[in-house]
Each structure stands twice: as structure tokens, then as C-alpha cells.
Design a protein. Structure first.
Length: 102
């Protein structure tokens, strides 16, 4: 079992990459910054799960990341404190320095 790279409270950016067979990382989260809110158990990455490679697929830690909705949608007209959470495999996350606002 792999040790998670990110801790709860770490600021992360979702990688802005495309992949033909990825089934879980929403396009509107790509390139956006959020905060790790929870760890999830290690699991088969979605690219392998989509091809039914449950037995021999690549496993990674998963994370729940919380975003301010104003970070996801700059024209968001709701409350500034409104958030959205989503789950990501570790390969989709990159560390963010403490200088940016999440």
C-alpha cells in the first residue's frame, strides 16, 4: 500500500491534461486549485478500472479535494463560501505553493 503524497489541508492543483479513457476527473476541475479534505483508500486508477483491470490494474491513493465554487466558475453568483468536493487519484494532483489563494 502506497503512502499518500498529500496531507489533509494541503493545497493542490488538478492537472490540466486530457486523456482519451479517463472516466473520473471532471473537465471543469482541471487546472483549478483546491484543498485536500479527506484521504480515501488506495484503489485501481479509473483509467484501468474502465478497462476492467481490477486484478492487475495500477493502484494509487485517492483524495477528496474541496474547491471554492468561485475558483471553479469565476462568474459564480452564489455565496463566496460555497464549496464543491470531488475525488481524485493521486496522479491528477500537483502541489501548490502557499502563495496562491484557494
Amino acid at each position: 500500500m502506497a503512502t499518500p503524497k498529500f496531507k489533509i489541508g494541503d493545497r493542490v492543483r488538478i492537472r490540466n491534461q486530457t486523456t482519451l479513457f479517463h472516466t473520473r476527473t471532471q473537465k471543469y476541475t482541471r487546472g483549478r486549485t483546491g484543498v485536500v479534505a479527506e484521504h480515501r483508500p488506495e484503489w485501481v486508477i479509473p483509467e484501468d478500472e474502465a478497462w476492467d483491470r481490477m486484478e492487475n490494474g495500477r493502484h494509487e491513493p485517492f483524495y477528496v479535494v474541496q474547491f471554492k465554487q468561485t475558483e471553479l466558475w469565476p462568474d459564480y453568483s452564489g455565496y463566496a463560501v460555497d464549496t464543491l468536493t470531488s475525488e481524485f487519484s493521486e496522479r491528477w494532483l500537483e502541489a501548490v505553493d502557499g502563495k496562491e489563494e484557494a
